[in-house]
Design a protein around this ligand. Structure first.
Ligand code: ATP
Length: 244
């Protein structure tokens, strides 16, 4: 994202935002409420168009594309409310996601074999749903539903996956399992994760980008961010960064 400005009827939600993420990176995006994190994700997936500036993926400018075209060009987004088919089983959900993009099983679980069923089962195993393949999605726990949603995204093999508060509403055990999953995806997938849960961030973070008032305030490791005077200042009054 280069020189991004986003103006909502005179309100500057993003101003001069510059953010770049390398292929295979797991980037965490944090910031106090209203910092512009969700708006940044909205811009990448084309839900909103920037007032000015450029969003690009692998050299392709995304700004002028429709949301569905951006999705087809490799941007996957996990929203807070999962979009799984609740009346279908886990296996059927994966089949539907697979059909959305033909011939991807060979790439889906990039460390797996090529046969379709094998790819599907490997993917279920990756997200910890191998024993739920024939369970109707409506019978899954909250955490399992989120993991199914993530696996549906992975089945479409996007270039980059955007996640907005993936652990919201999860138990501590589910949050830990999600951290383990993200650590497994690191390197083979490019992920941008918006989160408030600093415990979770610490489990998965390499580089953290901190946003504040529509700008990128700081970037660095967990300890660099925690020590950063401007970050500490930005979080004053909100319980500190640990209560982000
Ligand atoms: N469609 C819109 N119209 C007007 N203002 C908007 C719109 N979308 C976002 N905003 C404003 O832009 C600012 C940034 O919002 P955004 O949701 O991106 O912040 P955030 O960092 O994701 O916050 P939170 O952590 O609370 O989810 C907020 O002040 C919000 O009210």
């Amino acid at each position: 994202m280069r020189d991004i400005f986003m103006d909502f009827n005179g309100f500057q939600a993003l101003s001069d935002l510059n953010l770049s993420v390398a292929k295979g990176e797991l980037r965490c995006l944090i910031g106090p409420n209203g910092a512009g994190k969700t708006t940044a994700l909205d811009l990448i997936c084309g839900k909103v168009t920037p007032t000015s500036g450029e969003v690009s993926l692998d050299g392709m400018i995304l700004n002028d594309l429709e949301e569905h075209e951006i999705a087809r060009n490799g941007v996957g987004r996990k929203f807070q409310v999962p979009s799984v088919f609740r009346e279908l089983t886990v296996r059927q959900n994966l089949d539907v996601a697979h059909c959305k993009r033909t011939g991807v099983w060979s790439n889906v679980v990039r460390f797996g074999r090529n046969a379709e069923n094998d790819g599907l089962e490997k993917l279920a195993e990756l997200v910890g749903l191998q024993d739920q393949l024939d369970t109707q999605a409506s019978h899954l726990s909250h955490g399992q539903t989120q993991w199914l949603e993530i696996s549906l995204l992975l089945a479409q093999d996007p270039e980059i996956i955007l996640m907005d508060e993936p652990t919201a509403g999860m138990t501590r055990v589910e949050t830990q399992k999600t951290a383990n999953l993200f650590n497994k995806l690191r390197g083979s997938h490019t992920l941008v994760v918006v989160e408030h849960d600093m415990g979770f961030i610490k489990e998965i973070a390499e580089v953290i980008s901190v946003m504040h008032q529509g700008k990128l305030l700081a970037e660095g490791s967990v300890s660099e961010i925690e020590q950063h005077p401007k970050v500490r200042e930005a979080y004053l009054g909100s319980g500190g960064i640990a209560g982000a």
